[in-house]
Design a binder for this molecule. Structure first.
Ligand SMILES: *[C@@H]1O[C@H](CO)[C@@H](O)[C@H](O)[C@H]1NC(C)=O
Ligand SMILES: *[C@@H]1O[C@H](CO)[C@@H](O)[C@H](O)[C@H]1NC(C)=O
Ligand SMILES: *[C@@H]1O[C@H](CO)[C@@H](O)[C@H](O)[C@H]1NC(C)=O
Ligand SMILES: *[C@@H]1O[C@H](CO)[C@@H](O)[C@H](O)[C@H]1NC(C)=O
Ligand SMILES: *[C@@H]1O[C@H](CO)[C@@H](O)[C@H](O)[C@H]1NC(C)=O
Ligand SMILES: *[C@@H]1O[C@H](CO)[C@@H](O)[C@H](O)[C@H]1NC(C)=O
Ligand SMILES: CC(=O)N[C@H]1CO[C@H](CO)[C@@H](O)[C@@H]1O
Length: 430
């Protein structure tokens, strides 16, 4: 029990050392810029320095989105990519194509006994012991990631996310919730980091245990018992959303998607989530993204999100789609007392939006393009904690030599498998 409170207690200690109070001059400035744009960033009654980040965002966007890259980035056409696409088809949670709802339910019912994720129904979970055993007092920060695809599709780009994480937080501890990586193959993938003394582990999450006594418990029970249609797209997508909420609700810590490059330690932030876009006039957020979450355990927002998840999946009650869930819930609660929520500006985690991210994969050709990449790197180094690469749209893109992404990958790393030569795309053999 003492352990379970650890994150919370020590996070306050850490926070008190690192929080920067806004200077008095920034407060009136901010007010002048956005009177009436209600921004609500309160952490334990302290206005954090993130307030003053909003006005600067225009500058960042100008640098990051300057329209100099003319041609499109190249697509990968190598063997490696074909192998990757094929292995992704092995995702155990993608239901058979073009079948009825009844057929999908039947398919899933047969599948459940094989799915490690759903195995336990025990209050004394082995998973829980693994979490308590892994995050000891030497972890400066507690990270979680999730990987529900097969181990063979965990490629060099995903590895680069881990590599950047340990560059930023060498004393941090990372638990990857993943049935497939909790294996010999997973051990081989993580070995280079473990050999260097970094604390990383892959553990099969115990979903029934994680959602116990949360509003999502019934949802998981129904799915498990085969009375709920798992849906036609990918159950992994929804389960990943659910697991990140449940694990932070239970233990607290930092959750990150595996398509980030982490530039800085996020220690010092608590109960924070990133805006992905803001209104250019009011400066108020328009979309919040759940790819990066920094929360104390049992935070009320996580509870609300779990409840919303369980309700919306039903389809009959709310009828909104998954990706909007976080924004919708936060819009309802952001001004309520007791939430202590920090909404970070887009440049913190999403400095480049998904429509424009591909330019970061392109080789700069002219002198002004090189200069632009330099400026971007400086800007990212000053104002971004982690850059989201929007894998859904970019995993097919080649990381071209000298591109911003290549530069980032070869800078923010300890093992640095991406080097500056053209071999960056060769498939690494784990
Ligand atoms: C929010 O901050 C207040 C004041 O510090 C504290 O009492 C309360 O527990 C915090 N709530 C959460 C959910 O962290
Ligand atoms: C889906 O299944 C139906 C009936 O089995 C069939 O008529 C239809 O052509 C299939 N569609 C695709 C895209 O395979
Ligand atoms: C439940 O936990 C107990 C004790 O840890 C163990 O002996 C038992 O096999 C577990 N049952 C299941 C279904 O996991
Ligand atoms: C676990 O589930 C099995 C059937 O799936 C049931 O027989 C058993 O009683 C359950 N155990 C607990 C502790 O809920
Ligand atoms: C922290 O690390 C030291 C040295 O490796 C070890 O002796 C100590 O037991 C660790 N502390 C905890 C709480 O695990
Ligand atoms: C980022 O900025 C810090 C301090 O401002 C500097 O020490 C560091 O070298 C920079 N890193 C890169 C990769 O530019
Ligand atoms: C509750 C939830 O997030 N449900 C989503 C599951 O995934 C599908 C798409 O794959 C969404 O449409 C649902 O909204």
């Amino acid at each position: 029990m003492g352990m379970r409170n650890w994150f919370r207690m020590s996070s306050y200690q850490v926070f008190s050392h690192t929080v920067k109070l806004p200077t008095f001059s920034t407060i009136p400035l901010f007010f002048a810029i956005s009177v009436g744009a209600i921004i609500f960033i309160i952490y334990q009654n302290i206005l954090t320095s993130t307030l003053s980040m909003y006005p600067e965002d225009t500058q960042v966007q100008q640098i990051l989105t300057a329209p100099t890259f003319s041609s499109k980035p190249q697509l990968i056409t190598t063997q490696g990519e074909k192998a990757r696409v094929e292995s992704e088809n092995l995702d155990p949670l993608i239901p058979p194509f073009n079948v009825t709802s009844e057929e999908r339910i039947a398919w899933f019912r047969n599948k459940v006994p094989e799915l490690e994720l759903f195995k336990s129904n025990n209050t004394s979970s082995r998973f829980h012991d693994q979490v308590l055993g892994f995050f000891d007092g030497n972890c400066t920060i507690r990270y979680f990631m999730i990987w529900l695809s097969p181990a063979q599709s965990f490629g060099p780009r995903e590895f680069a996310a881990l590599d950047s994480l340990f560059k930023a937080s060498p004393k941090g501890c990372l638990m990857i919730l993943s049935p497939s990586l909790n294996s010999r193959q997973g051990d081989r993938i993580l070995k280079p980091l473990i050999d260097l003394g970094f604390k990383v582990i892959a553990v099969t999450p115990d979903l029934p245990f994680l959602v116990k006594n949360t509003p999502a418990e019934g949802w998981v029970d129904e799915l498990k018992s085969g009375s709920k249609d798992p849906g036609s797209i990918s159950l992994s997508y929804n389960l990943s959303n659910l697991i990140r909420l449940a694990v932070l609700y239970k233990y607290g810590g930092v959750y990150l998607d595996v398509d980030f490059i982490i530039l800085k330690d996020v220690n010092g932030l608590r109960n924070a989530i990133g805006a992905q876009s803001i209104d250019s006039i009011t400066r108020k957020w328009t979309r919040i993204n759940g790819a990066a979450l920094i929360f104390n355990k049992e935070h009320p927002l996580l509870y609300d999100l779990l409840r919303e998840f369980a309700m919306t999946f039903d389809g009959t009650k709310w009828g909104h789609n998954g990706p909007y869930l976080v924004s919708r819930v936060i819009r309802r609660v952001e001004n309520l007392p007791g939430y202590n929520l920090t909404i970070l500006p887009p440049k913190t985690f999403y400095p480049m939006d998904w429509m424009k991210i591909s330019r970061l994969f392109k080789k700069p050709k002219t002198e002004s393009e090189w200069k632009l990449v330099e400026d971007m790197l400086v800007e990212l180094n000053t104002s971004t904690l982690a850059i989201h690469l929007w894998n859904h749209g970019t995993k097919e893109l080649m990381i071209e030599e000298g591109s911003a992404v290549e530069r980032l990958l070869s800078t923010y790393c300890v093992i640095c498998q991406y080097s500056s030569n053209n071999q960056a795309q060769q498939t690494l053999q784990f």
